[in-house]
Design a protein around this ligand. Sequence first.
Ligand code: MLT
Length: 234
Amino acid sequence: TVDIVLSPELIETYSSKPVLCIVIDVLRASSTIITAFANGARRIYPLADIETAQKKAHAGALVGAERNVLRCDFAMFGNDPGEYTAEKVGGQDIYFTTTNGTKTIRRCLDLGHEVIIGGFLNIDAVVCACGGRDVLCVCAGWQGKFCLEDAFFAGALVQRLAQSHSIASDAGRMMAELWELHREHPLDYIMGSDHFARMARVGKEGAVPYCLTEGVINIVPTASGSNGDEIVLR
Ligand code: MLT
């Protein structure tokens, strides 16, 4: 089956047995992580909080940190995929914390699920990685609330997986229909979203067209580790 969790707050109400979770934060943590790996990053460590990220930065590590769309001033990178160039991240380990995306990754792992990172950029590779397994598309949303761009992408995934998976709920059916309605003009549609407005208010909306580009990166970042253990994406 394939299903969509519309907010990370709801994840506990879904499968009690471990499944494959596709963590989705189209704007922008997923897109940034996928891009950093495409540009040669070695490992990305998703951190829970700003304090840990700050300590890592002071110890000289490469840190990406975002809160409320903006780069934290102690960090070298914010959460704009364009910052993570091959020159800057090639061969490097990066410590990374964002308002919702990195928290969602950690939450799924803490519940014992497997985690991969999905976005429009790597949609084809993600579909391949699902094979015949039960899949939960977990939308990172915004501070526990629903986000259109994440659910829209989850709909695109469900629509593609529907050939091999049965759709487990109304959320899956609804979002697959939403994707069908707006797939010809994703940018126009997402420009009406809350998060586009949040980004535009601080001049950060430039990354949106790139984040909506389908299937240009053939990499599926995969997480390992859990509570107590260091969590790492490769
Ligand atoms: C997040 O983790 O909430 C986001 O990726 C926010 C952003 O930087 O656009």
